[in-house]
Write a protein that binds this ligand. Structure first.
Ligand code: ATP
Length: 882
């Protein structure tokens, strides 16, 4: 949720809402709107509002704040429209939710082996355009998630889909009520790329993809009883006539939907009832369309698509930094599905029309036609797997240089991780191994907006990974700078934004402050984590207490029992209060840390530079020691220099526990850590939990406890089968090969170094989670310096001792660095080690040696006498040293 701080009260307005009424708002086109709940309870499309916290809503958003029991809302900012309405269909919507909830509970209670009764409701929401389908889906999902279910959201609306960019069908599990500002979380979505904004472009392909997605979800449900019982909510497109109607029926049947919710259309409802009456146990329910749903014309829809693509790369409030990259033509294989050459009429039977195979995969020649296209990066390894494979992410082609056969493209952040991951393991193969499909139609949708994008702020990490090339700079500079409509960040999730330098008249400081990203990010992430944990605790305890009260009301308790029951609930609430007080203290501590760090950055100016740098040096050393597990020394240095608030000792203590346990071959703390950070790890597509589970399995096999190993694999490894089948198969095979196998493929799994590998993996995930650099800051700073010094001469035997690169440790650090490009040769005096230039010109002795003029004359004369040259040099050096 985008939480903002309290700011000026320029256009503040309060609205009192009566019970079961809603405040409908359309945020203006140019500026965001702040809103908070002053008292009472209220929700936005099923997600409850936190009391008294400002939420920032980006321009153009349309939504309603609904209250069941009455509330007062405060708004700050201009709106296009805002009005209250007391006629809403919310009661009927929540009744549907109650019925679905009952079905989920029944599914959960039945045996997982009974595939029919253990299946929760599969709800499909249908209706004409702008009938509120996406909104109803969202409410049903949020209400379900609030009660602890994990329903799967399936979005078949390729025109206005809300999981990823338009042109895709996708599914994702919903574990928390959906954020009213940021929308559906992008956590491990399953995305199939269609490439057009309407199914009519290639109806066959649309059907095939729907089938693929349904098949994949079915497989995931098989191994996951919880998801299965939670069921799914399917959002559909608004095309309900002719082929559109056929596609709806196709979706209902393919996903085996058993609840069809029809929004606001009698005709569609009765047609579906007619057709589906023969199908067993399919309920078709008509629901009223909300009067608040805003109608959008074709132009508005097209704009919404473009914004969505932009949001994908740059984030809702410009808080993402897409990765710019250059690839050779030979590294990319681009394919298009459908289209391609058609058979000539002469080759066909009389009367037959030439038709392209709609699902044929056709290679696309790389030329400038691909410019400004959005391409999907497929997980397929061969072209014929493209249609059946989901996609890893998207790239946007920003330039094509035919002469040098190079692409320039923007990668979204997730993909960047994927890229880096593969690069580090198997060389530059990412784009070789994957295949991309052309997104022809989106070219026209995306280009007008994307070419007007502001220059992205690449964060320091991406700059260090991929150097700016002339091509990149040229292209990015040429983009006009006019599209940052808000000017100010819309939400307070400033985590991905590089720290803004406090003062522009200190250019060097400004540059080095860019490396301070993690200095602010870590306490902020920690703060968010504490907030989330507290929020979860409240949700859990409150729902337990509410269902306790409901239970008491429903059962016929004696007065004494009722009092006892209520007393137990009260003590539970008291426990919650204590927990929250602790939580609030922890939040306060982290918020204070953020403040201290901001103050510290602000305090840097030219006058106190040396003191400031000294502190920074110590911070960097503490960071290094913490990462290298010298905890005690790090704590001592922090304490003696009064740096406790400027270093992350508490964060690393959390890591220490897990690392120590892993070194003692205990995965429990690491698994608990994964559970605590489940949604964040999912988002970054982390495999850590899977790897920990594999290791636990291997330990069971090592102990020859095969039966337990099999039960363990069924419970904990099977859910990963859909995504990591190969690794899974390899590890399961150890049941047959046993611990003393000599077969290299399996032997390695029993080696002790697997635990070291887990420690490394954990460290990487840990750093990623807190927004830290993977390398210690000390190494990064040193490498920055070494990159200016590294020349081929440094690696020769006669490299002078004064050169840091004569030391092995520095040489190792400089290994991945390129040689420094020295445009002009520099002459350095052999004796004084000073630069010889116009201030200190070189002079040639009669014997042909060259020294700088600053060398004392007597020394120069004596040096010319060969026999005393060395003695004098030694004397001089010790004299200079003292
Ligand atoms: N009660 C409401 N008050 C204000 N705005 C609303 C309300 N319900 C829905 N909206 C807004 O109306 C717009 C259209 O709603 P929604 O996207 O749910 O319709 P849809 O049927 O899914 O549209 P389509 O399928 O045609 O893309 C959205 O911007 C949504 O936020």
């Amino acid at each position: 949720m985008a939480y903002g701080g309290s700011g000026s009260a320029s256009t503040i307005k309060q609205v009192k809402l009566e019970r079961e009424s809603e405040l409908r708002i359309e945020v203006g086109n140019d500026a965001p709107l702040r809103l908070r709940l002053l008292n009472g309870t209220a929700e936005i499309f099923g997600t409850e509002l936190p009391p008294e916290i400002w939420l920032n809503f980006p321009p153009r958003l349309k939504f309603a704040v609904f209250t069941w029991y009455g509330a007062t809302i405060e708004m700050d900012g201009a709106t296009e429209t805002d009005y209250t309405a007391d006629e809403t269909p919310m009661v009927s919507y929540v009744n549907v939710h109650a019925v679905l909830d009952g079905r989920r509970s029944r599914a959960k209670a039945s045996s997982p082996d009974d595939s029919v009764s253990s299946q929760g409701p599969r709800v499909i929401v249908v209706g004409p355009t702008d009938s509120g389908k996406s909104t109803l889906s969202r409410m049903l999902l949020s209400w379900a998630a609030k009660q602890g279910w994990k329903p799967t959201f399936v979005d078949l609306d390729i025109g206005q889909g809300s999981i990823t960019i338009p042109g895709c069908i996708a599914a994702t599990p919903i574990e928390m009520p959906i954020d009213p500002v940021e929308g559906i979380p992008l956590e491990m979505p399953l995305v199939y790329f269609y490439g057009h904004a309407t199914p009519s472009n290639n109806v066959e392909l649309y059907k095939v993809l729907v089938k693929e997605l349904a098949g994949m979800i079915e497989r995931q449900f098989t191994g996951n009883a919880e998801s299965r019982a939670s069921g799914m909510v399917i959002n559909t497109m608004g095309w309900i006539e002719g082929v559109g109607y056929d596609l709806l029926l196709h979706a209902i049947r393919t996903f085996k939907a058993n609840v069809v919710l029809v929004l606001g259309q009698e005709k569609l409802c009765s047609m579906l009832k007619d057709v589906l009456k023969s199908e067993p146990k399919v309920d078709v329910v008509k629901l009223q369309r909300s009067g608040g749903v805003v109608s959008r014309n074709a132009k508005v829809r097209q704009k919404a698509r473009s914004y969505r693509i932009r949001e994908y790369f740059y984030g809702l409030s410009n808080d993402l930094s897409p990765h710019s990259n250059i690839a050779n033509f030979s590294d990319l294989f681009v394919y298009r599905v459908g289209g391609g050459p058609q058979a000539p009429r002469s080759a066909l039977p009389i009367g037959a029309e030439p038709a392209a195979d709609p699902t044929r995969v056709v290679p696309v020649n790389i030329n400038r036609d691909l410019l400004h296209l959005v391409l999907a990066v497929s997980f397929a390894k061969e072209p014929d797997e493209i249609i059946s494979s989901n996609v890893a992410g998207f790239i946007y082609v920003t330039d094509i240089d035919i002469q040098s056969s190079k692409f320039l493209m923007l990668l979204e952040v997730e993909l960047q991780l994927y890229h880096v991951y593969l690069n580090s393991r198997s060389g530059q193969h990412m784009l070789h191994k994957t295949v991309t499909q052309g997104m022809e139609h989106l070219f026209t949708l995306g280009v007008d907006y994307l070419t007007n994008m502001t220059r992205p702020t690449l964060n320091p990490v991406s700059q260090s990974e991929i150097p700016f090339s002339p091509l990149l700079t040229m292209e990015m500079d040429s983009l006009p700078n006019g599209n940052n409509t808000s000017g100010t960040p819309i939400s307070a999730t400033a985590t991905a934004n590089p720290a803004q330098p406090p003062s522009s008249n200190l250019p060097q400081l400004t540059e080095s402050l860019k490396l301070e990203h993690q200095f602010l990010r870590v306490p902020f992430e920690y703060y968010k984590k504490t907030l989330r944990a507290n929020h979860r605790a409240v949700e859990k305890e409150m729902s337990a207490v509410i269902s306790g009260v409901n239970e008491a009301a429903a059962t016929d308790l004696s007065p004494d029992d009722a009092v006892n029951h209520l007393n137990s609930l009260v003590s539970r609430l008291q426990g919650l209060k204590r927990k929250l007080e602790e939580g609030s203290r922890a939040e306060h501590l982290q918020a204070q840390k953020c403040r201290v760090r901001l103050d510290h950055l602000e305090s840097a100016d030219a006058e106190n530079m040396s003191e400031w740098n000294n502190t920074r040096m110590k911070r960097i050393l503490v960071d290094y020691m913490l990462r290298m597990s010298y905890y005690d020394t790090a704590v001592k240095l922090a304490e003696s220099s009064n740096l406790q608030d400027l270093v992350d000792i508490d964060v690393f203590q959390e890591a220490k526990k897990v690392i120590d346990a892993l070194q003692n071959k205990d995965v429990a703390p690491a698994l608990a850590w994964c559970a605590d950070n489940k949604s964040r790890l999912k988002k970054s597509k982390s495999k850590l939990e899977f790897q920990l589970r594999l290791q636990e399995f291997i330990e069971l096999v090592r102990a020859e406890n095969n039966l337990r190993a099999i039960t363990y694999a069924r419970k904990y490894l099977a859910p990963w089968g859909a995504t990591h089948m190969k690794e899974l198969q390899r590890v399961i095979a150890t049941l047959a090969f046993k611990r003393d196998t000599e077969c290299a493929t399996y032997k390695v799994l029993f080696e002790a170094k697997q635990w070291d590998y887990l420690v490394d993996q954990f460290k990487q995930e840990f750093c990623k989670l807190y927004g830290m650099t993977l390398e210690p800051l000390l190494n990064i700073y040193l490498q920055a310096g070494l990159s200016a010094l590294k020349t081929p001469y440094c690696y020769e035997d006669d490299c002078t001792k004064e050169d840091p690169l004569s030391q092995e440790a520095f040489r190792t650090l400089a290994m991945p660095l390129p040689y420094s490009k020295q445009h002009h040769s520099k002459l350095v005096c052999y004796i004084t080690k000073e630069l010889m230039d116009t201030e200190n010109p070189p002079q040639v002795l009669p014997n042909g040696y060259v020294y700088s003029t600053k060398v004392p004359v007597i020394l120069v004369i004596l040096l010319d006498v060969p026999c005393i040259k060395h003695i004098l040099f030694i004397i001089f050096c010790s004299f200079a040293g003292s």
